[in-house]
Write a protein that binds this ligand. Structure first.
Ligand code: SF4
Ligand code: SF4
Length: 348
């Protein structure tokens, strides 16, 4: 299969992401399906690309930017020679993505299909929101070493395998606060785990689990070039699996406020930036709950009354030649600003 090579840096001229993706698309239309890309941080390489004849695609990439393999499709193979930054395989839909070095934060985030193989570590929130549509095979996410904190948050399906290799000095191979809100899927893990959310449990492997790991480990290690580790990683004495607690143990319902305080992040996620009273706002808020507030500039206004007649809340009042928005009626929708011919309302 002919290989089309793209070098994205020539005499200090860097090809933009858009130029690179357009070049790839043009070559795909010409029937090229095998690419070697010397990238310099361009985003979204190898993801939502396809051949019109349905031929498999292959991308071999060095130095990619974010979202390499994002939304990759069935039949696409992406090989990263080295490491990749955030969002490797974001929303992977069926591609095979191999990163021989480390993956960044949010690797495999929202992954819904295909396989992601990482030959090193991955960062925070990796595996979060993985999901499984039962009409397709579950997504798989294999990591040779460990993940950062908050991994597998709100996971609802799929399979992750965290091999804990080279993690002897790490107290938890899943970082801290992993699996918060996890409701489905399985995380196989080798090595210590601390700070696990209390909606999941860590249990021993059964025969099915061992068979799955035995069948998948060798291909994984071959792809990341570490096949010599097979025997060490298939010693099951240090493995466990994390699964959501059975439904009946989760019957107790708690409020969003309580969830935020006890489950999500005990000290408050943004505690040092804003005071969070735990209230859950309605979708459209008036007063201080608004996302934006309109400010009127009398120098611009020509008193056409368009804002007055278009405000869905009847929140604008006119007194003499002054227009005012009433805080506890206004929902910050911005219609006044959009209809004003003079840009006299500024949304802040
Ligand atoms: S932002 Fe919306 S609700 Fe508020 S004054 Fe303007 S049009 Fe009315
Ligand atoms: S739409 Fe603009 S110019 Fe017209 S009255 Fe309102 S603020 Fe003034």
């Amino acid at each position: 299969m002919a290989v089309y090579k793209i070098k994205t840096l020539n005499n200090n001229n860097r090809m933009s992401t858009q130029e690179l993706l357009q070049t790839i698309n043009k070559k795909l239309e010409e029937g090229i399906t095998n690419f070697e890309i010397e990238a310099c941080g361009q985003h979204d390489i190898g993801g939502a690309s396809w051949s019109k004849d349905g031929k498999p695609l292959k991308f071999t990439v060095t130095n990619p930017g974010q979202r390499v393999g994002a939304m990759a499709m069935n039949g696409t193979t992406i090989i990263v020679e080295g490491s990749a930054p955030a969002d490797v395989g974001w929303l992977n839909s069926g591609g095979e993505i191999i990163v021989k070095g480390d993956g960044g934060d949010t690797s495999a985030h929202c992954s819904a299909g295909g396989k992601i193989y990482i030959g090193g570590r991955v960062g925070t929130r990796s595996g979060a929101l993985m999901k499984h549509d039962p009409r397709f095979e579950p997504p798989e996410f294999w990591v040779l070493k460990n993940t950062g904190s908050f991994s597998f948050e709100f996971m609802s399906g799929g399979i992750a395998v965290i091999c804990g290799y080279d993690c002897e000095d790490i107290p938890s191979v899943l970082g801290n606060r992993s699996c918060v809100g996890m409701v489905g899927g399985t995380v196989y893990v080798r090595g210590p785990v601390e700070g696990l959310a209390n909606c999941v449990e860590k249990v021993k492997l059964d025969k099915f689990d061992k068979d799955f790991l035995k069948s998948g480990m060798e291909p994984f290690l071959e792809k990341v070039g570490r096949v010599e580790l097979k025997d060490e990683l298939l010693d099951f004495s240090n493995w466990a699996k994390i699964v959501p607690l059975p439904k009946e143990l989760k019957e107790k319902k708690i409020s969003v406020k309580e969830f935020k305080e006890t489950e999500w992040f005990p000290e408050g996620l943004f505690g040092d930036l804003v005071e969070d009273n735990g209230e859950v706002y309605e979708l459209a808020q008036t007063g201080d709950g608004r996302l934006r507030k309109p400010y009127w500039d009398e120098k611009q206004c020509v008193a056409c009354d368009l804002c007055l007649s278009n405000c869905p809340q009847r929140a604008i009042v006119k007194e003499d030649k002054t227009y005012k928005s009433i805080d506890d009626k206004c929902i910050g929708c911005g219609i006044c600003s959009a209809v004003c011919p003079r840009e006299a309302w500024r949304m802040v």
